[in-house]
Design a protein around this ligand. Structure first.
Ligand SMILES: Cc1cc2nc3c(=O)[nH]c(=O)nc-3n(C[C@H](O)[C@H](O)[C@H](O)COP(=O)(O)O)c2cc1C
Length: 188
């Protein structure tokens, strides 16, 4: 199994990164090869909405997203990590998702169908409904694309890296990594 973990927090060693590291550790424990990329370190411009990709199957913007398209296609499992920002995903993760639009055109969605995904999201509030919209966005988008969301993990953690002390959340993250990498590989 090849796992691509996409981190969308600009706070280095923050809660998103800590949780993603644990998911990846779980995936690695069952033999997966994992790559973790923080999209905040990349130059990925927002979608221009020109819809050229509908004709060409690729994006007119020649930036770091082009390499991400290859990495996404090459992976069996996508793990998305985003902090909750204003009840939604971080701008960097939303930009990444918007730019995935080009990958889906010209039949490209067929190459995504059957992949597995996990969503990981820390937030400061204690209300468990806080990540509802963020998780809902991914559920609908990935369902539309035929990507199977195996598990989601929302955790209350406000201060930088504090989730590392939450034993239950760390165990859940590890187990999510294991679950994501069990079962057959994507045939698409
Ligand atoms: C711009 C911004 C918006 C935020 N909005 C919310 C929010 O709507 N609800 C919430 O519970 N926490 C919110 N938070 C808190 C973060 O979700 C929380 O600190 C999280 O742990 C950050 O993850 P990180 O350490 O990976 O960056 C916000 C933080 C920032 C910087």
């Amino acid at each position: 199994m090849k796992v691509l973990a996409v981190v969308g927090s600009p706070r280095k060693e923050g809660n998103t990164q800590v949780l993603i590291n644990e998911v990846v550790r779980g995936a690695g424990s069952v033999g997966a090869s994992c790559q973790v990329i923080n999209v905040c370190d990349l130059a990925i411009a927002p979608c221009r909405g020109c819809e050229s990709c509908r004709r060409t199957g690729t994006c007119v913007q020649k930036d770091d997203m082009l390499d991400m398209y290859l990495k996404i296609l090459d992976s069996d499992v996508l793990v998305i990590g985003s902090p909750v920002y204003w009840w939604g995903p971080s701008a960097q993760i939303k930009t990444f998702m918007d730019r995935m639009f080009a990958l889906v055109q010209q039949g490209g969605w067929k190459r995504l169908r059957g992949k597995k995904a996990g969503i990981v999201t820390p937030y400061g509030d204690t209300d468990p409904d806080t990540p509802e919209h963020l998780i809902g966005m991914f559920r609908q988008a990935f369902d539309h694309l035929g990507i199977d969301i195996v598990g989601t993990l929302g955790v209350t953690a406000g201060r930088k890296g504090e989730v590392a002390h939450n034993k239950e959340a760390m165990e859940e993250a590890f187990n999510l990594g294991v679950r994501l990498c069990k079962g057959p590989r994507c045939e698409a």
